[in-house]
Write a protein that binds this ligand. Structure first.
Ligand code: HEM
Length: 548
């Protein structure tokens, strides 16, 4: 007897024992029928069941076929795959992508240069393109064709990890692009002061000739968080331990939580998203630090125009945000969310850049003296300003070379909102996630001589050539240097990041000698996750104060 039938009989037996007489009679009759095998055949109709089976199987088959034809696996069947394209077997490669994504993308770049290939990730197919023409097609595409915003919202699950401001009206991006970039030069002495103070605090008890060992990544992140926030919110908050630690950890937390949410199907994402993240409490924590300062800015902003203009002294992120915000966005919570967003975009990226620079400085000491000479000569004639830092070509080149080799394997994520055809005829359907193969482009011998080699002055040397003065500086975008992405969504913070990194390197060059702390002297191994790279986060570096 099958288990459900057995359960029904037990239920009827119990019911019969407690029901009224007539109900009990009815149930007893039904019970007899169920216990009698012949009545069972008559009651349910074995023939009828047989007739239903093909209908159910047919409907299921139609459903699966329709699902297959509407699935991205089918729609992207014309794009070659690195690994398997099977509906089930592609999941095996999606797991491989976790650790080996960069190798899979490099394999695809070599096999399918100047066209497209796809790789499976746990939540979606990712189509990777390469070659200057395809990069240019992405650069020219409008936001309603290839959307940066939709890609970021999905990849980082920003509604749950950072807040809806990224999707609804990310005006803080405009603030980074215009007022922040235009005005940070005026605050450059503060940034330099914070760099210098951060190193003093980090290497406090340094005596002459003494080497001090510190964890490279944690120290770099601390220096970057302090200097960025000196510009964003000023003293004393930029040095506040709780505010700093919170902002330093926030980015890592967003990335980790987005990965967790992305492993769940779309219908479950809102539930998992709300369970694993804490957007509102992050905003509350930011308000707990910045509340009085933001309120003072709001009060100032709300004064009558002439009075506000004559008394306004502030030149920080809050004042720039207020200038751009709509009336409904001038609230403590909304401002706090924007400040969190800008910290998210800037701290982790710039700290990883600085960690790589420290590793490269220690690995290639032959570049130290020529850079030191350059810094000394420029500072002697022009002092320490944003503009003088901009003239340090060797320093710029060293930082750019470090970024070139430490690149993610793909950047410039876009989501196709309509079917999109590249100029070489490759078409991707609406809903496709696209990116460009950045590291492979940076390691392509057709783009760079001895592309795998670290040549600190590679870019400074070409800048010496006629007419090449600005094209090869770190902040310039080009199809063969993709660290900051491409097109209208290329990193708007790159001018600040480049100045900050170069100023920090210049400060280190003049004040310290740097060495790796590991015994064999090899460059600490980078960590790869899903095609994204991070410098080694546990290795140490040593600093020794120079006698000036
Ligand atoms: C070395 C440091 C940095 C690197 C490597 C970097 C890299 C990038 C990349 C690859 C993109 C996407 C571009 C694209 O898809 O085409 C991006 C976007 C962005 N970055 Fe950066 N970034 C850095 C520093 C900063 C800083 C310091 C800020 C803020 C002050 C910032 C703010 C942003 C913002 C707001 C966007 C989004 C742009 C948009 O929505 O259009 N970044 N960054």
């Amino acid at each position: 007897m099958s288990t459900p039938k057995f359960k029904s009989i037990i239920a009827l037996r119990i019911k019969a024992s407690v029901a009224s007489e007539s109900e009990a009679q009815e149930d007893t009759l039904r019970l007899r029928k169920m216990e009698d095998p012949s009545s069972l055949t008559l009651a349910t109709g074995r023939g009828a069941k047989r007739r239903e089976e093909p209908v159910v199987s047919g409907l299921l088959a139609i459903y699966l076929i329709l699902k297959w034809f509407s699935a991205s696996t089918y729609k992207l069947a014309h794009i070659p795959t690195i690994g398997s394209s099977g509906m089930i077997s592609s999941y095996r490669d999606a797991f491989r992508f976790f650790q080996h994504g960069h190798e899979m993308i490099d394999e695809g770049y070599k096999k399918h240069y100047e066209t497209a290939f796809k790789v499976a990730t746990i939540s979606r197919w990712l189509v990777i393109v390469s070659g200057p023409q395809m990069h240019d097609d992405i650069r020219r595409a409008t936001d309603d064709q290839l959307s940066f915003r939709d890609a970021v919202v999905d990849m980082l699950q920003t509604d749950y990890t950072i807040g809806p401001q990224n999707r609804i009206d990310p005006y803080h991006v405009k603030v980074v692009r215009a007022p922040l970039t235009r005005k940070f030069g005026a605050q450059f002495s503060d940034i330099l002061d914070e760099i210098s103070q951060a190193f003093k605090d980090l290497l406090k008890p340094a005596k002459e000739n003494e080497w001090i060992t510190v964890p490279a990544f944690i120290s770099a992140r601390n220096i970057v968080c302090r200097t960025s926030n000196r510009l964003f919110v000023g003293l004393p908050l930029c040095r506040d331990i709780d505010y700093k630690t919170f902002n330093e950890n926030f980015t890592m937390d967003v990335v980790k939580k987005a990965q967790i949410i992305n492993t769940f199907p779309a219908v479950l994402k809102p539930i998992v998203g709300r369970l694993v993240t804490k957007v509102q409490s992050n905003i509350r924590r930011t308000v707990s630090h910045l509340g009085p300062m933001m309120q003072a800015h709001l009060d100032q902003y709300n004064k009558p125009k002439d009075e506000a203009q004559s008394t306004n002294q502030s030149n920080d992120l809050i004042s720039w945000l207020l200038e751009e915000a709509k009336e409904s966005q001038r609230t403590l919570n909304d401002l706090a969310a924007r400040i969190l967003n800008v910290n998210f975009a800037s701290i982790h990226t710039t700290s990883m850049g600085l960690t790589n620079i420290l590793y490269d400085l220690a690995m290639y000491p032959e570049y130290v003296e020529p850079m030191r000479e350059e810094v000394k000569a420029i500072v002697k004639t022009e002092g320490w300003t944003k503009s003088s830092i901009g003239k340090m070509r060797k320093v710029d080149s060293f930082v750019k070379e470090s970024q070139r080799l430490a690149s993610n394997s793909f950047v410039t994520m876009r989501k196709a909102l309509k079917d999109f055809t590249f100029s070489n005829g490759v078409t991707v359907p609406a809903g496709t996630y696209l990116a460009v193969a950045s590291l492979s482009t940076h390691l392509d011998e057709n783009n760079y001589d001895n592309a795998h080699e670290f040549k600190g002055f590679r870019f400074a040397d070409v800048r010496e050539e006629e007419g090449e003065g600005t094209k090869h500086q770190m902040v310039s975008l080009s199809p063969d240097f993709l660290t900051f992405g491409t097109g209208r969504h290329a990193c708007p913070g790159r001018f600040l990041a480049a100045s900050q990194l170069k100023a920090t390197l210049a400060h280190v060059l003049l004040n310290y000698d740097v060495e790796l702390a590991n015994k064999d002297g090899s460059r600490p191994k980078s960590i790869w996750t899903m095609g994204q790279v991070a410098p080694n986060m546990t290795a140490d570096v040593k600093f020794r104060k120079r006698v000036l």
